[in-house]
Design a protein around this ligand. Structure first.
Ligand code: HAS
Ligand code: CU
Length: 720
């Protein structure tokens, strides 16, 4: 019965039957919608995997990145493709499928149309993102850390992508609302309850990044404003960034709560516990972004404390989940007659790859989550912040617990939606894929965690402070291990990609006696307690969420608005500083220009000597001539690099003010009116002398190592 026909109130036991009476089966139009999403996700997974492989080979120190691609360019591509494109397309595809099967067997017309529009908008957004990524104008790393600046089209693409995901979310909300209007008295199926809670997290969280992109990054990258408030932009980003990780995790929880028990022949352990944990995730996963900014100056420590407190609160629903999952496995095992403390583990279907993928995902989340609790503690965070320990943490959480769960879910969802079957041979290959992933990640993430404790930085191409630097040298074997793990992972990605395409296009079709791959959703518990109505009073929950956000954010953000730090000019740093064909070179003396030398000119030969110091003071870069003007004639600049990074000195004769030079390529200023240059000097290297015949006029002395001009390394110089 569908409930539409009966107007009498439902009996208690009817209310408890929350599953549709029809077999769970996607209709062909819904199947197409779902598979288009999943296939897009897997294409992103493959491309992101290639980027990851090249990065980790670079880290081995033996295989440089080919094709003139830059490390930071690949790192940005890897982050965007894996963490945004793969996850979001997968999640929406999975959710549309579950909304269809658990609510009346198919998507209603409006939600289906919205889902397609959302999909198309996201694809257009991706194209806008990919073009600047490929041409090297968006190597800003995944977390959009202003003042690193990308091409404005990159941000426009991201904004479109987010808007597309909102339209996809609207599809889920309208399916839910329509169903609720029709079946008011019935308890909402657990799947749709969870999908709605997850999309609410996404909806609220992405408002933060939307504000950052629309009001800060887009105007600044188009050049309509020239400075950006870095602290505010990071705070808005992390308002989004932490709930983002729960937007990835909650769909994995859907599979763990609902699919895993079905695969082991059990039931959902507790329907109400599952719902409550999702509500707690909705409320507590947003007001916690400051735990990513614990080392950020400019935010008072009491606000950090408040948000760390809420961070520990958001751990609770995960611990509830761990309890419930363990319990449903133990129940199913014992029901099959296996006893003992851990004997019931033997009853689990280890040879079923759909289960193995979920199980290893869950198991990995135990150390992954424990690592998160370590990171949330201020003192421990100080030890590992910005080290590759963090990268190790999220390769356990998102890149294994979540990614492996999504892959394992695709293994039944894709053939189900395509009307095909899973054969024993493919199941074996899936097992190979699951175990190669676990092995590769154990090596890679293990090495990252360990070497992070020794201080190895994250987001860094290669660091070698020279042969005598014992600390940096001690990182090398771990970097090599990361490359081995990364290579195994890449093999696993390729297998997963192959399996998904096989299941979509080649696997045997369903027949009368061999049905298609099952859509495995577990039944609610037998002795189900009624689901209290207040669990679904979304207005209350959203109001509570708004209250928490206000309590956690209004304080620190109003301080930032009242007392803004001086804005930062754009830095397009890494484009030029890593080698490769697209990378502009640091200044070299050009033919016809005077050259610098370490030999001082003899007295009387070099004219007036002007000592110039290059360097940096408390992070501020400078060019510091001993005098700011000199009489026309022969002048020798005696240049020293007193800093701790390489610098150079370019001499321009120009009427343009020193701070107004036009922008050149790759984070450099345009060298208008250049007359000479002292090429890059290593820190503390020998003084370089360059003798020039200077005419009266205004000059600019600057360091044009990419990014240094925009960090203020220039000075005006007058010749009278
Ligand atoms: Fe995190 C940084 C804290 C969870 C992802 N995190 C990151 C970044 C990412 C990320 C991507 O406080 C880097 C961002 C960047 O680029 O800078 N994280 C936490 C905490 C949790 C946590 C407290 N993180 C996640 C999840 C992620 C994720 C989930 C992705 C999906 N994280 C941090 C902090 C930082 C951070 C700091 C910033 C560090 C810095 O300095 O930059 C918690 O919510 C975790 C709670 C989870 C548990 C585990 C429960 C276990 C379960 C499995 C049960 C399995 C069973 C199997 C029962 C307590 C549910 C049975 C087994 C048998 C043997 C039978
Ligand atoms: Cu976080």
């Amino acid at each position: 019965m569908t409930g539409m026909t009966s107007s009498q109130p439902l009996t208690r036991s009817e209310q408890l039957r929350r599953l549709p009476s029809r077999p769970m089966r996607l209709t062909p139009p819904d199947g197409r919608l779902v598979n288009v999403h999943i296939v897009t996700a897997f294409i992103a997974l493959l491309l992101g995997g290639i980027a990851g492989l090249l990065q980790s080979l670079e880290h081995s120190g033996r295989v440089p990145i080919p094709f003139g691609l830059g490390y930071y360019q690949l790192l940005t591509a890897h982050g965007i493709l894996m963490a945004l494109v793969f996850t979001t397309f997968f999640i929406l595809g999975f959710f549309h499928s579950g909304m269809a099967v658990s609510m009346d067997g198919e998507l209603y017309a409006l939600p289906r149309t919205l889902a397609w529009i959302g999909y198309a908008t996201m694809v257009v957004g991706c194209v806008f993102v990919i073009v600047p990524l490929l041409n090297g104008t968006a190597s800003v790393l995944y977390t959009f850390y202003a003042p690193m600046q990308a091409s404005p089209w990159f941000y426009v693409g991201l904004a479109l992508f987010v808007v597309g995901s909102w339209i996809g979310g609207a599809a889920i909300f309208t399916q839910y609302a329509t169903w609720r209007r029709m079946y008011g008295a019935r308890t909402t199926p657990l799947f749709s309850f969870m999908a709605v809670a997850t999309m609410l997290v996404w909806q609220v969280a992405s408002l933060g990044v939307a504000v950052e992109v629309l009001f800060q990054l887009i105007p600044w990258s188009f050049g309509w404003v020239d400075r950006v408030d870095v602290l505010l932009s990071r705070t808005l980003f992390w308002f989004f960034g932490h709930p983002l990780v729960y937007f990835w995790l909650m769909p994995a929880y859907v599979a763990w709560y609902l699919v895993m028990p079905k695969l082991i022949g059990g039931r959902v352990y507790s329907d109400n516990l599952a719902r409550l944990s999702f509500l707690l995730l909705l409320m507590f996963s947003i007001p916690v972004g400051l735990h990513h900014q614990l080392q950020e100056p400019g935010i008072a420590s009491h606000w950090k404390l408040v948000q760390v407190g809420i961070t520990l609160a958001v751990v609770i629903p995960s611990l509830m989940t761990a309890f419930a999952l363990w319990a449903s496995m133990e129940q199913a095992g014992r029901a099959r007659g296996y006893g003992g403390m851990f004997g019931w583990l033997r009853a689990l279907p280890w040879k079923d790859a759909r289960f193995a993928a979920l199980f290893w995902g869950m198991l990995t989340f135990i150390p992954g989550g424990a690592g998160g609790i370590i990171l949330a503690s201020f003192n421990l965070n100080q030890v590992v912040h910005n080290t590759i320990f963090i990268t190790g943490h999220f390769h356990l959480t998102v890149a294994t617990a979540v990614a492996l769960t999504f892959i394992g879910t695709a293994y039944w969802l894709v053939p189900h939606a395509a009307g095909r079957r899973i054969t024993a041979r493919v199941n074996k290959l899936m097992l190979v894929q699951v175990y190669t992933w676990v092995l590769g990640m154990a090596i890679m993430s293990g090495a990252m965690h360990t070497v992070g404790l020794f201080g190895a930085p994250r987001r860094t191409k290669w660091i070698d402070y020279g042969p005598k630097e014992d600390l940096a040298t001690s990182w090398v074997p771990y970097q090599f291990a990361m490359a081995i793990g990364g290579t195994i992972l890449f093999i696993s990605v390729v297998i997963a990609f192959g399996i998904v395409f096989h299941l979509l296009l080649r696997a045997p079709r369903e027949t009368a006696e061999h049905p298609r791959a099952e859509y495995p959703l577990a039944d609610p518990p037998v002795s189900g307690l009624e689901v209290p109505r207040w669990l679904e009073r979304w207005r209350w929950w959203v109001a509570a969420l708004v209250f928490l956000i206000v309590a956690a954010y209004v304080g620190p953000v109003s301080t930032m608005l009242r007392d803004p730090a001086p804005g930062a000019k754009p830095v397009k740093s890494y484009l030029g500083s890593e080698g490769g064909s697209k990378m502009p070179e640091a200044a070299k003396a050009s033919t016809g220009e005077p050259t610098a030398s370490t030999t001082a000119p003899l007295p009387g030969v070099g004219g007036t000597e002007v000592k110039v110091q290059l360097g940096e003071d408390d992070g501020k870069l400078f060019v510091r001539p001993a005098v700011d003007s000199v009489a026309a004639g022969k002048v020798t600049f005696a240049t020293t690099n007193a800093g701790s990074m390489p610098h150079e000195m370019v001499v321009l004769r120009t009427d343009i003010a020193a701070d107004k030079l036009p922008e050149g390529d790759g984070g450099k200023a345009k060298e208008v009116g250049r007359i000479a240059a002292v090429p890059q000097m290593a820190p503390k290297s020998a003084t370089q002398y360059i003798t020039l015949d200077l005419k009266p006029g205004t000059y600019v002395l600057l360091c044009n190592v990419p990014g240094h001009y925009s960090l203020g390394q220039y000075v005006a110089f007058t010749v009278t």
